[in-house]
Write a protein that binds this ligand. Sequence first.
Ligand code: ADP
Length: 458
Amino acid sequence: MINKILVANRGEIALRVICACKELGIRSVAIYSEADRNSLHVRFADEAICIGPPQLALSYLNIPAVISAAEIANVDAIHPGYGLLSENANFAEVCEACHVKFIGPTPDVIRLMGEKEKARAAMKQHGVPILPGSDGVVASAEEAREWARTVDFPVILKATAGGGGRGMRIVRNEDELPALYRQAQSEAAAAFGNGDLYLEKYVEHPRHIEFQVLADEHGNVVSLGERECSIQRRHQKLLEESPSVRMTPELRQEIGDILSKTLSQVGYQNAGTVEFLMDKDTDTDKERRLYFIEMNTRIQVEHPVTEMVTDVDLVKSQIMIAAGEKMADVLHGPIVHRGHAIECRINAEHPEKFTPSAGKITTFNPPGGTGVRIDTAAYAEGTIPPYYDSLIAKLIVRGKDRNEALSRMSRALGMFIVEGIHTTIPLHRRILADPDFLAGNFDTGFIERFLVKKETAR
Ligand code: ADP
């Protein structure tokens, strides 16, 4: 039984988890840093505990402080949200040792998926398609060259501990390999404390497509279909939608089946996302292939688009699964996809320079109306502290089809007013007016080309 949950996060996702707790009749406990004293997650949780100064390492990432709060509040479980401690296997282990349920997979599965080259090997072993690449870590630039010759240039060097696009380098020929190897290695070592790299074939102009899964603690795994996340800047997602215009029911079913089988065998539990790259479409090659790139063992920022098209509350499902419920009781029937959903990530950033924009929000007028959802912890007169992630709101719409979702998103963006800080709202308005985006013609290089196009148009 879960009667009380500590939410080990802040911002919109902490509020999202608190909403799920309220609907399930579970008490929620917020933790907060001194910079978040006036935050909405503190206000709406049933209890709130200050765990330290603003700096992440001293508050939200401080495991002893988080666990102490859990013990003081006497909670049954901890929901980690996304980012922060959500994919930290040590933290999940400490929770276990303290008899507090970690809402997520077991520590060994978090660890397996966190070492990306091991996750690749595990997926391959169960028949999930992966890109050609090195067998595990490449220990030197020399070894990387051998593998690159085997799979052919271009290749991509990636950090095994990778995340947020760091420690990644595209290598187009042998000459540039040694320098790029050193750069990727030192960037990974600085970001993750682990400079290990592996190598993969680089796909030109791919689409990023990911599958949402839910797994109970009794071996049942279901796929909730895909999200299209190709609109990204520097490997960070900006806008997501479901379904993908390039997905077919047959391919969705095929990948869903193989993931259910694989994740059941791996002993996966709770919510997760399996990320793939899809080959570029060409007129001559109608067969579109998906290749596994990584698995995220937590709820994702973009989970609402799946919720909007499936009518499944993923966060409530996570909690019910952690309480030991069977999938049949969590879902009540097969997954049915209806309509089309789009999410725009509204960041507190300059819309073109992408530099952070912290400070006081003077006006905050989120849009409403049919089919519009806002997930946010921002409010007028509230302050965006400079210490944390720049995401301040997610604007999500659903329409009966993609066209309705697109026009609904355009009108909602037009009515979203935030003053006092810079946001990415103007950028999203322009993306929603781009003919290629509207036609569904895009890949992961879309934003880079879009920004150049704008520069030259001036
Ligand atoms: P991270 O964990 O750092 O986010 P991912 O493996 O998820 O790294 O990759 C992030 C993004 O980098 C992908 O969405 C895609 O745009 C690009 N990418 C990664 N691997 C490849 C590849 N083999 N070929 C082409 N692009 C890639």
